[in-house]
Write a protein that binds this ligand. Structure first.
Ligand code: MG
Length: 375
């Protein structure tokens, strides 16, 4: 079956939580993308950590530039596979809206603070941002996005959280985590584009930071192949340009691999109509060889970059900032704290802290404690 017939169709969206008249010139997925680009949480991504803290350098990826790269890779693959580019772009631009300041360290610290109060999880928070926390429209909270966009944003979900979502919205975006079904091909594509993007840009940022070097990365089989290819075509290439050319070749090869492997998987699954997609499992995928190579690269980055003493030291300090802010605001709620019906004070504080940029969190922390955590 042609992939185009399996693409999400805005004319057949499962709709928005609050009915709205259609936009005269845009599809529902285009409209979602536009709402995301204009929302406050999106602008905050520019000052949120991807791996390196915002003050560590101007050229490292932030959540915003990461999201743009995921959208670029996703759209590029979607166009070739004839999937819906607008939906891919909307999901990609929104997928990290729920991230706390200071990356995964911030999320882990906030989750620890919220242990007795329902926990904190950045995917669920991204959904919460677009469903509840954005305050832009007269008639509803959130951005009132289409089901398909919300489904893609909720990339992972624990069973407990899925049950809670299901209770509020039966058969909604939590359902697939209980039923074990697959989301749209566009949502599947965004997951993989996310992985392709961060593997590539974390090599670039890691080498730029000096925490890893080209010789080390050259020991990762996937990267080594492209490094050899770059040198074979340009024998005198070295330094940054050699790094960029090798990453460029790796990105292209991964994109082509996803396109071929996905076409094969869809063909092999023999799906007769789009309605059969949820039962067909994840079809947007790497070939087995590329899956293995990409996982090995992830492992390398984990061991050598994300676990580098300088990164873990920054992250430990950042975790302490989040813990201090939480303890303080629960005792003394800030004037800006919005207490929504049905939410605990702790949840409101978690929303408030999760919405902070790195630098806002650091200056709030300094104002409270009188201490500069980074100087
Ligand atoms: Mg991401």
């Amino acid at each position: 079956m042609s992939l185009a017939l399996l693409a999400a169709d805005p004319a057949r969206t499962r709709g928005r939580r609050f009915a709205e008249p259609p936009a005269p010139t845009r599809s529902d997925f285009q409209r979602d993308r536009d709402r995301i680009v204009h929302c406050t949480a999106f602008r905050r991504l520019v000052y949120k950590t991807q791996v390196f803290l915002n003050h560590e350098g101007d050229l490292f990826r932030t959540r915003l530039t990461h999201s743009l790269e995921v959208a670029q890779l996703g759209r590029s693959i979607a166009r070739t596979l004839a999937l819906n580019e607008d939906l891919v772009e909307a999901i990609a631009l929104a997928h990290d809206l729920g991230h706390t300041p200071f990356g995964h360290a911030g999320q882990d610290a906030l989750n620890a603070c919220m242990r007795e109060h329902g926990g904190f999880e950045h995917n669920l928070q991204s959904l919460r941002v677009v469903d509840r926390l954005e305050e832009r429209y007269p008639a509803f909270d959130g951005l009132n996005l289409c089901f398909e966009t919300r489904e893609g944003i909720l990339k992972h979900c624990s069973r407990d959280n899925a049950r809670a979502l299901e209770a509020q919205e039966p058969g909604g975006v939590g359902h697939r985590f209980l039923a074990g079904t697959a989301p749209s091909l566009e949502a599947q594509l965004c997951n993989l584009a996310d992985e392709i993007a961060y593997n590539a840009h974390d090599i670039d940022d890691g080498v730029r930071s000096g925490l890893i070097d080209l010789e080390q990365v050259a020991q990762v089989p996937l990267f080594a192949g492209f490094l050899r290819e770059a040198l074979a075509a340009h024998p005198s290439l070295k330094g940054r340009r050699l790094l960029f050319e090798s990453i460029r070749l790796m990105l292209s090869a991964q994109v082509y691999d996803v396109i071929d492997a996905t076409r094969q998987a869809v063909h092999a699954a023999g799906i007769a109509h789009a309605q059969a997609l949820p039962q067909a499992g994840v079809l947007v995928r790497f070939s087995p060889a590329m899956r293995e190579a990409s996982t090995a690269l992830k492992r390398f980055l984990f061991q050598n970059l994300y676990r580098h003493p300088q990164v873990t030291d920054s992250m430990a300090r950042a975790s302490a900032v989040v813990g201090d802010l939480f303890a303080h605001y629960v005792q003394e709620p800030p004037a800006a704290l919005a207490l929504r019906p049905g939410d605990s004070r702790e949840r409101a504080v978690a929303d408030y802290i999760a919405g902070m940029t790195d630098r806002f969190a650091l200056s709030a922390h300094k104002a409270i404690t009188g201490r500069a955590v980074f100087d």
